[in-house]
Design a binder for this molecule. Structure first.
Ligand SMILES: Cc1ncc(COP(=O)(O)O)c(C=O)c1O
Length: 370
């Protein structure tokens, strides 16, 4: 039986083999592995692509979030507002700095932080809001930004899953104070290992993030602030620079796959991804919702169709985060969605016959269960 994975990175590599191999070779010959020219070139192309003034490469999306929080001086006693329905890195970095993640429930359609519920959660300790553009769908930024402005809060966009997504015709990551990117291999723009970046429009912030990412040092062996060691490798930058040129084509291919899914699933008892009218979704995931999620997951696996649950446990219920949780605070929408959500295979190189296998299996499941 043909097995269809969630992503097929080898297929993408083979389609770009010559370009990628050449880029890797050129870094190997230069032997400029750390802070090489490939890094500054990629940073400048990333800025052009997003319409951001500054980009600072770093070692992962998790580090991008941590460095951004450090740049705003987040520490013990501070609170950072974010979504409970995201990858753990969003809250982990807040906790690592001694601050407290304060969750706000999500919107049932977009699965992103519900802007209407944020104001109630702001206290005198709140410093930053981190909206997450989950699955590639932009969070509703206008009300978040105006609330942040009114209350004097900073906004870090967790755009790990959403490079290329647009909100009111601006690239996500350029709306708030800082955008934090991940280039984890399976992301829409993925490196061949861990990698990340920070984007912003403020020269002071960019300089501060760069300083923090380089052990807090501008001048060798003189350390102005406590920093971290988080650089973007030249090899990863060279690979990303090749791949960035193809990103728009890949986003288009992803939206075509999403369109094919939509069409085939129309009329079935499930919820397809929501698209906000003023946004461009980039389909990092195509996630559907059904009350029969677990049975569906097994059924798809039997038919050779991989699937994944992002995320089965919201952050406020994670064991490691219990000591930081506020007792009795529940986030009913996040809890409901975590029980019903299931993501289907999604990558630009998915072939027609694979899409056909996936959608036929879904149609069979939902017709049977009617
Ligand atoms: C929403 C979100 N935030 C942060 C991260 C962390 O990125 P990384 O894995 O590059 O550290 C990821 C992905 O892995 C993510 O999906």
């Amino acid at each position: 039986m043909q097995r269809i994975p969630m992503v097929n990175l080898q297929r993408q590599y083979l389609s770009l083999k010559e370009e990628i191999d050449e880029a890797i070779q050129s870094v190997l010959y230069s032997s400029d592995f750390i802070m090489g020219e490939a890094v500054s070139e990629f940073e400048s192309h990333l800025c052009q692509y997003l319409g951001a003034r500054f980009a600072v490469g770093c070692a992962s999306g998790t580090d991008a979030l941590q460095i951004a929080l450090m740049a705003f001086g987040v520490g013990p006693g501070d609170e950072v507002i974010t979504s409970p329905f995201t990858f753990v890195a969003t809250a982990e970095t807040i906790a690592l700095l001694g601050a407290r993640p304060v969750y706000v429930d999500i919107d049932l359609r977009s699965y992103n932080i519900d802007p209407n519920l944020i104001a109630n959660r702001i206290t005198s300790r709140t410093k930053v809001i981190i909206p997450v553009h989950l699955f590639g769908q932009p969070a509703d930024m206008a009300p978040i930004l105006s609330l942040a402005r009114e209350k004097g809060l900073r906004v870090i966009e967790d755009m790990a899953q959403a490079i290329g997504a647009r909100y009111e015709d601006r690239a996500v990551g350029t709306l708030g104070d800082i955008g934090a990117l991940s280039f984890y291999p399976s992301k829409n723009l993925g490196a061949y290992g861990d990698a990340g970046a920070i984007v912003c429009n403020s020269p002071e912030l960019a300089e501060r993030c760069r300083l923090i990412s380089l052990h807090g040092s501008k001048e060798r062996y003189r350390h102005e602030v406590v920093g971290v060691n988080s650089r973007l490798d030249s090899l990863q930058a060279a690979i990303l620079d090749v791949k960035l040129k193809h990103l728009e084509d890949w986003i288009l291919a992803r939206s075509q796959v999403a369109g094919r899914y939509d069409e085939a699933l129309r009329g079935l008892d499930l919820v397809v991804p929501y698209r906000a009218p003023n946004s461009r979704h980039v389909y990092h995931q195509y996630s559907i919702r059904t009350s029969r999620r677990d049975v569906l997951s097994d059924f798809l696996v039997d038919r050779g169709v991989a699937n994944a649950i992002y995320y089965p446990i919201p952050l406020h219920l994670q064991p490691a985060y219990q000591p930081l949780a506020e007792s009795g605070t529940r986030f009913p929408v996040a809890e409901k969605v975590s029980k019903e959500i299931i993501s289907l295979p999604m990558f630009p190189e998915l072939e027609d016959k694979e899409i056909e296998t996936i959608t036929s299996a879904l149609v069979e499941f939902f017709r049977q269960s009617n």
